[in-house]
Design a protein around this ligand. Structure first.
Ligand SMILES: Cc1cc2nc3c(=O)[nH]c(=O)nc-3n(C[C@H](O)[C@H](O)[C@H](O)COP(=O)(O)OP(=O)(O)OC[C@H]3O[C@@H](n4cnc5c(N)ncnc54)[C@H](O)[C@@H]3O)c2cc1C
Length: 521
């Protein structure tokens, strides 16, 4: 996947479908449109998945919470997508066992029945493990760090887990494999019209600031929490379709759960939510919160009160409570929540909606990572109607994503590359200086930086350390210590000078030094 090629094509070609926004939704739509055979372009203002799509809880799930709310249709659809994604991207999605501990007797039959229903909704062909009730000893064998005192037993159920930013870059590559023109760091700044109809966008490459026109039969607005901002470039008075809520996470060492292979689900927190503590890339991720916020922002931060809440809630279930000093990384994302009262046009599902403006701008908003493929099919159907393009059925249900393979023997660091792992290993064999970890706290090597620059459009130190690898999400101090080596390798790959490296390091330090906020509210 070559960025210069993508840019050249975006400036030169006219597209059937042009997608603005390179998160889960936009990238999924690009794969869908390209797989149906349409001339497809996609631009992302920053890096792929740099907004909400790299900051999820990393679950491909039906949603135990939606089940509690009785949203059966939604759960069934998401569980179907869970199996589809495991089949199409086995290198990025895995079956993960979760333990729901019961410290009161009635919880075993109560949650056991709920999770049996979850299994039933997954239906025939479910590729994930079945739920079962286990005794306290078996529960602690799955999570050695689980508090034993008062534990009656547990329900063990299964769900999907994934690497969100890696899935995003994989979707970008799949779209390119299918003929789409794709580039990051290209922002849509305004629309171009043919009469009253949108006929493309004006776009600007962040670095060069040169504006150019990208022509298209139909433009899809898939800018996530920013959809209303883009809609208002077309219709300044358009009412807001979205509200946002912040969800925060903390990351600690795997030892917090006693090196568990299973995740912990707290089914009911004091404020009536669910909370997860789950193994992820040899660490433990704990989340999340739900705090209404005033508007979209690119890099939301967890507050001290949220961090205190996460620690306090998970500590009720741990044999050895976690301290604030054990937090290695903390990060937050903003949920795109559909504002039902403001919706004018067709609401296609309770989770996402599609809005068609009088100008023909097709906006998709809401949803979740798990259902990105279904959302993509819905929005491309709408785009074909608006663009008067030939009706063509979706073609992604059985489309393996880029690199898809059975990852059997690959370790955690390499499995996300799938079939491309061999190319990373070849770089390490050819130049042993690229084979050593960039920092002893993390497994990532220089070869991954070089591979990211050459094949995955990595443009900045942050692209490499936050999303091509997940260093910044796992261990902020380890990521910061890796940054100088990453800047030097990227500069050599991208032809940048010493001043660029200094700027990159200053910018990355600002990100990595953000304190895991103190526990005081
Ligand atoms: C805390 C949290 C936890 C979550 N956990 C889960 C989970 O476990 N499982 C699950 O299935 N879902 C989860 N979700 C939901 C899921 O992450 C989101 O639904 C999904 O990532 C939204 O993707 P998106 O593409 O719509 O938006 P984004 O990822 O925000 O992408 C929009 C993109 O548009 C770009 N953009 C904006 N303006 C422009 C412009 N003018 N020109 C070009 N590009 C532009 C932005 O830079 C951005 O990259 C979670 C969400 C949050 C917040």
């Amino acid at each position: 996947m070559n960025r210069a090629d993508g840019l050249a094509r975006l400036a030169a070609e006219r597209f059937d479908v042009l997608i603005v926004g390179g998160g889960a939704t936009g990238l999924g739509a690009a794969v869908d449109a390209a797989a149906r055979g349409f001339r497809t372009g996609l631009i992302e203002a920053e890096d792929f998945a740099s907004a909400t799509s790299s900051r999820s809880t990393k679950l491909i799930h039906g949603g135990v919470r939606y089940l509690q709310q009785g949203d059966i249709g939604l759960v069934r659809e998401a569980l179907h997508e869970r199996t589809t994604l495991l089949r199409n991207a086995p290198h990025l999605v895995r079956d993960r066992a979760f333990v729901v501990p019961a410290y009161r007797w009635f919880e075993l039959p109560y949650y056991g029945a709920g999770l049996a229903a979850y299994d039933l909704l997954a239906g025939w062909g479910n590729a994930f493990g079945r739920s079962r009730i286990v005794g306290p000893r078996a529960a602690q064998a799955l999570i050695p760090g689980l508090r034993g005192a008062g534990l009656h037993g547990a329900i063990v159920y299964h769900d999907g887990q994934f690497d969100d930013a890696r899935l995003a870059v994989t979707l970008a590559r799949t779209a390119v494999d299918r003929g789409a023109a794709v580039a990051n760091y290209v922002r849509a700044t305004s629309f171009v019209y043919d009469g009253a109809r949108i006929a493309g966008v004006r776009a600007r490459e962040r670095e060069g600031e040169a504006e150019f026109t990208i022509g298209a039969r139909v433009v899809v607005n898939a800018t996530g929490i920013f959809v209303d901002e883009l809609r208002r470039l077309d219709a300044p008075q358009a009412p807001a379709l979205l509200a946002q809520s912040r969800g925060s996470h903390i990351v600690v060492r795997a030892a917090a759960l006693g090196d568990a292979q299973a995740g912990l689900l707290v089914p009911r927190t004091p404020d009536g939510r669910v909370l997860f503590a789950l193994p992820w890339h040899e660490h433990v991720l704990i989340g999340t919160t739900d705090i209404a916020v005033a508007g979209p922002e690119l890099d939301p931060q967890p507050t001290g009160a949220e961090i205190a809440y996460l620690l306090e809630t998970v500590n009720r279930y741990l044999a050895r409570p976690l301290g604030e000093s054990e937090i290695l990384a903390a990060w937050a994302g903003l949920r795109p929540l559909v504002n039902r009262r403001a919706t004018r046009t067709a609401a296609l599902s309770r989770e996402h909606l599609i809005d068609v403006a009088p100008s023909g701008l097709v906006t998709i908003a809401g949803g979740k990572w798990t259902t990105y493929r279904k959302m993509a099919a819905d929005v491309v159907d709408a785009a074909l109607r608006v663009g008067e393009l030939p009706p063509t059925p979706p073609a992604t249900e059985h489309l393996p994503l880029h690199g898809a393979r059975d990852v059997g023997a690959l370790d955690e660091r390499l499995r996300v590359y799938g079939t491309d792992a061999e190319a990373v290993l070849a770089l390490e064999r050819d130049d042993p200086s690229l084979a050593a970890p960039l920092d002893p706290r993390l497994p990532y090597t220089g070869a991954q930086v070089v591979y990211g620059a050459r094949n995955e459009m990595a443009q900045t130190v942050d692209d490499v350390l936050a999303r091509r690898t997940r260093a910044l999400f796992l261990d902020a101090a380890g990521a910061r210590a890796s940054a100088p080596a990453v800047a030097a390798l990227l500069a050599a790959e991208l032809g940048r000078d010493a001043a660029w490296q200094r700027d990159q390091l200053a910018a990355f330090d600002a990100l990595a030094l953000r304190p895991p906020a103190p526990a005081a509210p």
